[in-house]
Ligand binder design. Sequence first.
Ligand SMILES: [Zn+2]
Length: 132
Amino acid sequence: MANPRYWRENPSRYNLIGKRCENCGTVHFPPREICPKCRRKSIGKMKSHKLSGRGKVYSFTIVHEPMPDFSLMKPYIMAMVEMEEGVRLTGQIVDCEPARLSIGMEVEATLRKLGQEGSSGIIRYGYKFRPR
Ligand SMILES: [Zn+2]
């Protein structure tokens, strides 16, 4: 399936590059052109900011009914991770037994294969999280 938005945003997804508002210091990911807190004051003050990749598990769900893409990994864990910069990202937790996972656990982002685009053979990559 062609997904122009996905591919357009892909470089920032790969590298966890968001934008930091120099007016209030808030980091936004995915990147935003305007800070929702500062609005007009943030114009021209949104600078690229690479996330450290480190964060803590904020909440998680163990998925027992995988999507076709994840058929080899069952069950798998989807978590919301609060990054050091304060933004929350959703991603899969890898290299961790579900029983070992807990809220507040320290994790780091790692680049992994996400899946394949149907029969096109295009492999998508993106971040997942693992314990650190
Ligand atoms: Zn701001």
